[in-house]
Write a protein of this length. Sequence first.
Length: 276
Amino acid sequence: MSNTPTITLSDGNSIPQVGLGVWRTPDNIAAPTVRTALAAGYRHIDTAAIYENEEGVGEGIRTSGVDRKDIYLTTKLWNDNQGFDSTLKAFDESLKRLGTDYVDLYLIHWPAPKRHLYVDTWKAFVRLKTEGRARSIGVSNFYPEHIEMIVAETGEAPVINQIELHPDFQQKAARAFQEKQRIVTESWSPLGQGMLLDNPVIGRIARKHGRTPAQTIIRWHIDNGLVVIPKSVTPSRIAENFKVFDFKLDAEDLAAIDTLDSQDHRIGPDPMTADF
Ligand code: NAD
């Protein structure tokens, strides 16, 4: 049995708060990695069409011995496939590669504002939600203005925005906006792609709790009400990253981590100007 806490989304569905991210994990590694994570208790996998590992993820799920209905599966629409008809086609292709007839969460991967297609794309997402083949629909890397635009055009709000977020890039303005709109924030690159693991503030808090830096950072995301999808392909780290439900950071820890926040610590591209 999995002991992941869940968060209830505005559409009534629930998402396990900790999942496994599988970016940069080819098919042949993704399958055993997903099996390892499911055996360790994970019930949430985060992939994307552009990761080119949906087949491996699907295989990992099917051969894990865990029922599909007990697994929360997210995939994402790649930018090249934005547009109404092309979204519907790309979604069918993702399902086929995953070997499943629904996903729990489908995300628009990037707003790609220069393409001017994210509204039409969202209209297709609303259709997929109505059909029940995407149980929940959301976005990734959207700024408030992109979210406001799709809500104005369709009346349907995303349940989640998955954005870059780690202790030294805390996205407080985006989180405040999303909280007001009842949109859950999901943190990508939650460990700062591993670069934050040597941070002395994190190290001190980790020692205080008898935990590793990775566990301390993952716990920080949980204690902030965020959904968090750390990536690892190493079985011991996959297990370590999931042993985070039996301790809590205190006010002093949270205040210390607050001081790490900086607008300058974005790792990935700025979604407003990203040219892909
Ligand atoms: P991450 O912050 O999860 O860091 C992963 C790296 O940290 C690993 O490669 C490993 O080097 C290290 N690591 C992990 N656990 C460790 C441990 N216990 N001890 C020591 N080192 C450890 O980075 P990420 O992969 O960029 O982000 C996580 C997931 O977020 C991705 O796999 C993907 O699913 C998602 N993501 C989404 C977007 C988006 O645009 N929506 C962009 C990037 C990532």
